[in-house]
Design a protein around this ligand. Structure first.
Ligand code: ADP
Ligand code: MG
Length: 214
């Protein structure tokens, strides 16, 4: 198993994420219809289809160009809260990764941490607000923990995906304090947060792409 990932693996990740949000589009929409405006599935599948189309067959050769292209397309093609938030995630990842062709586990973790910080700078979410932060923050923490114990990039990303899923499930009883779902107040409790669900797909497809890259 390689201990770094190249741009081809990142493209594979992005493509797998496009496939996952397309396959789960109706489920994401159903989640958003309970506590939002029923567009999260459409937003994510439309945005990721545009991303993959924009990348085309000759995708950028360096991590910064590649990740920035993903972020710019999401910002420009998704209208909802999730477009700017996911867009910021990838733009910050690109800035942090820099003009390199490979990322090791520590560099991947640092890029995702910067992406999470960008999401917080933009949306001001805190733990327990019932947003995608509640899945992403534990995932990035688990990735850092994997790096600290020298777990290997495949094990570390699989642990991050499991932490994201647990974080996603933890949103069900919460009362939303950010985004559209917060307008519902107490009535937002008892439903999974759609953004936490899509972020879990993001980390699951990352682990799958890395597992498939050996
Ligand atoms: P919109 O809410 O504009 O319809 P989407 O339905 O695509 O956009 O995305 C909704 C998701 O965005 C929510 O489930 C939540 O996870 C996430 N979200 C909304 N506001 C914030 C915020 N301020 N910080 C982090 N995530 C947020
Ligand atoms: Mg919505």
């Amino acid at each position: 198993m390689a201990e770094t990932i190249g741009t081809a693996t990142v493209v594979d990740w992005i493509t797998r994420f496009r496939d996952a949000v397309t396959e789960k589009r109706d489920w994401l929409t159903e989640l958003d219809s309970a506590i939002g405006d029923a567009d999260h599935g459409a937003n994510m599948s439309r945005g990721m289809a545009a991303v993959v189309e924009k990348l085309g067959p000759a995708s950028p050769a360096t991590m910064d160009e590649l990740l920035k292209s993903v972020g710019m397309t999401l910002v420009s093609s998704v209208g909802g809260a999730s477009g700017p938030l996911y867009g910021t995630l990838f733009l910050r990842m690109g800035m942090t990764a820099g003009a390199v062709t490979e990322l090791d586990a520590a560099a991947l973790a640092a890029a995702l941490r910067a992406g999470l910080d960008g999401i917080v700078a933009r949306g001001k979410a805190e733990a327990g607000d019932k947003t995608l932060f509640d899945a992403m923050a534990p995932a990035v923490d688990a990735l850092d923990a994997g790096v600290a114990r020298a777990a290997g990039i495949a094990d570390a990303t699989r642990a991050a995906a499991k932490a994201a899923a647990a974080g996603r499930d933890s949103t069900t009883p919460l009362v939303a304090r950010k985004g559209r779902a917060s307008y519902l107040g107490e009535r937002s409790a008892g439903h999974l947060d759609p953004g936490a669900a899509s972020v879990t797909l993001l980390f699951e497809t990352l682990a799958d792409a890395i597992a498939g890259s050996s």
